[in-house]
Design a protein around this ligand. Structure first.
Ligand SMILES: NC(=O)c1ccc[n+]([C@@H]2O[C@H](COP(=O)([O-])OP(=O)(O)OC[C@H]3O[C@@H](n4cnc5c(N)ncnc54)[C@H](O)[C@@H]3O)[C@@H](O)[C@H]2O)c1
Ligand SMILES: C[N+](C)(C)CC=O
Length: 490
């Protein structure tokens, strides 16, 4: 593997201070793909010091925004150049099909390109001051040193949503990818170095969340944490971040409803419902794992799903005909198994799946069969909790009001979908659904221009779009009295 397999701190490729290492495991066959440094608090401290110095010396922040934009656009070009290698690494690390990874790489290059082009578009704002003989303007400045923590399911995609807006706005950063999927993030740091990001501006530390992640969240030298991951970790980060009242951007989990009305295009809704859940084996924050189907088509709809699911081809992400790869790890597979067991105990009916596949060729991988539960009710653990696996729960409704009430009955509010051919009904539902994204006759679509994030416990703040850049800026009001006079109060 032609990759540095090291951390990147203050412009140098380095091993962990402790000398410790971690094996990265292929989820398809449990083979060791790579061995990388396992950093700890001391590595995180070194990276924080480098990022602090690079921010405080002001060089990157005072580089003209156009130049910062050019460097970030160059990163997009390098990602496009090395797209095949990146897609290969992402599929090795995560088990997802290489076709999915290629799509991810196109999205990622698009994110760097989008923010590269936005870099110099913020000229601030002139305020019409109510005070005679004065000027009043608003400018946006970088927040400072940013800690960025990412999950394993979309390793480089989630990193790109953080790296590109932080860099174009003049911040410095420390990135900590998931300890089990670091490869593409390492590769992109090589590309960022090639693109000309100055030493200390972007730093990469590798290792566990409870060491490096905690150090980043609890450090008084870090001004902002942008985190994507689970709710439980998000809560720990919020607590640690209170030490210096850090700015926080949290992209957390989801248990996303997909409402299917009887008047929807049946084949389209079946196809999108399957895609909305089983893509990447259900390991997607916005997976439409909670199907809410109108009673009059419920049985026909479930039968159609089951027939299609039985034909899914599970296998290596590198085989052309594979539709679904393995889960990420043995630990996660066990979690998914327990989740399904809980559903059975709660009284839901297993319509298909509910176990590991028996195919001898899949025994070394962390595979789980696509699973559909019927007879589900909102009080069930499997309807309320994120399973993060290839599992659908199906509930029934009979009125529009009931459908949106069910859809909103959740602590989450990340995303949801509505399938209907009645445009007015679709708009009414979208208005009522308390989620950061609502898709109409579509599921799981995102692009750089539109914001992404959650209502309720699915998060704080937004990534992507113009809001994604605002997370990385402080707003300053500058007022000038053009004809100052004494106040003579005291
Ligand atoms: N909202 C979104 O856009 C979005 C996108 C992708 C994934 N997710 C969510 O991510 C979760 C799956 O990812 P995961 O299992 O990697 O999540 P996770 O919370 O276990 O880990 C995410 C990251 O946090 C780090 N971490 C762990 N403990 C930490 C601590 N105490 N302090 C700081 N950092 C710590 C991990 O090392 C990892 O890098 C799911 O809940 C999924 O919904 C959300
Ligand atoms: C945000 N998204 C959909 C790319 C990945 C969620 O896990």
């Amino acid at each position: 593997m032609d990759l540095k397999l090291q951390q990147y701190i203050n412009g140098e490729w380095v091993d962990a201070n402790s000398g410790n290492k971690r094996h990265i495991i292929n989820p398809f066959n449990q083979e060791i793909i790579a061995t990388v440094p396992e950093g700890d608090e001391s590595d995180a401290k070194a990276a924080i010091a480098a990022a602090r110095e690079a921010f405080d010396n002001g060089e990157w922040a005072s580089t003209p925004a156009t130049e910062r934009g050019t460097v970030v656009t160059r990163i997009a070009e390098l990602i496009e150049r090395d797209k095949e290698e990146l897609a290969y690494l992402e599929s090795l690390d995560t088990g997802k099909t290489v076709e999915e990874s290629r799509g991810d790489m196109e999205d990622i290059a698009g994110v760097f390109r989008y923010y590269g082009e936005l870099a110099d578009k913020d000229g601030g704002e002139l305020i019409d001051s109510p005070v005679p003989n004065s000027s009043s303007k608003v400018v946006h400045e970088p927040v400072g040193v940013c800690g960025q923590i990412t999950p394993w399911n979309y390793p480089l995609l989630q990193a790109s949503w953080k790296l590109a807006p932080a860099l174009v706005t003049g911040n410095t950063l420390i990135m900590k990818p998931s300890e089990i999927t670091p490869l593409t993030t390492i590769k992109v740091f090589e590309l960022m170095e090639e693109a000309g990001i100055p030493a200390g501006v972007a730093n990469l530390v590798l290792g566990a969340g409870n060491t490096i992640g905690s150090e980043l969240s609890g450090s008084t030298d870090v001004d902002l944490i942008s985190f994507t991951g689970g709710i439980a970790t998000g809560k720990k980060i919020m607590q640690a971040a209170s030490v210096n009242v850090k700015k926080l951007a949290l992209e957390l989990g989801g248990k996303n409803p997909n409402v299917i009305f009887a008047d929807a295009d049946f084949e389209l809704a079946v196809d999108q419902a399957l895609n909305g859940v089983f893509f990447h084996a259900g390991q997607i924050c916005s997976a439409g794992t909670r199907l809410i189907v109108e009673e009059s088509i419920h049985d026909e709809f479930v039968n159609a799903l089951v027939e299609r699911v039985k034909k899914f081809k599970l296998g290596s992400g590198f085989d052309e005909d594979t539709q679904m790869g393995p889960l990420i790890s043995a630990e996660h597979l066990e979690k998914v198994e327990k989740y399904v067991e809980a559903g059975v105990k709660e009284g839901a009916t297993l319509a298909v799946g509910g176990k590991r596949p028996e195919d001898p060729e899949l025994q070394k991988g962390f595979f789980y069969l696509p699973t559909i539960f019927t007879d589900c009710t909102t009080d069930m653990h499997i309807v309320q909790e994120e399973g993060f696996g290839p599992i659908i729960t199906v509930e029934k409704f009979s009125t529009e009001e009931e459908a949106t009430k069910l859809a909103n009955d959740s602590i989450y509010g990340l995303a949801g979908g509505v399938f209907t051919n009645d445009i007015a009904k679709a708009e009414r539902c979208a208005a009522k659904m308390r989620m950061g994204t609502v898709w109409i006759n579509e599921f799981n679509l995102y692009f750089p221009h539109a914001p992404w994030g959650g209502f309720k416990q699915s998060g704080i703040g937004r990534e992507l779009g113009r809001l994604g850049i605002e997370e990385y800026t402080e707003t300053k009001h500058i007022f000038q009295n053009l004809k100052p006079e004494p106040i003579n109060w005291f």
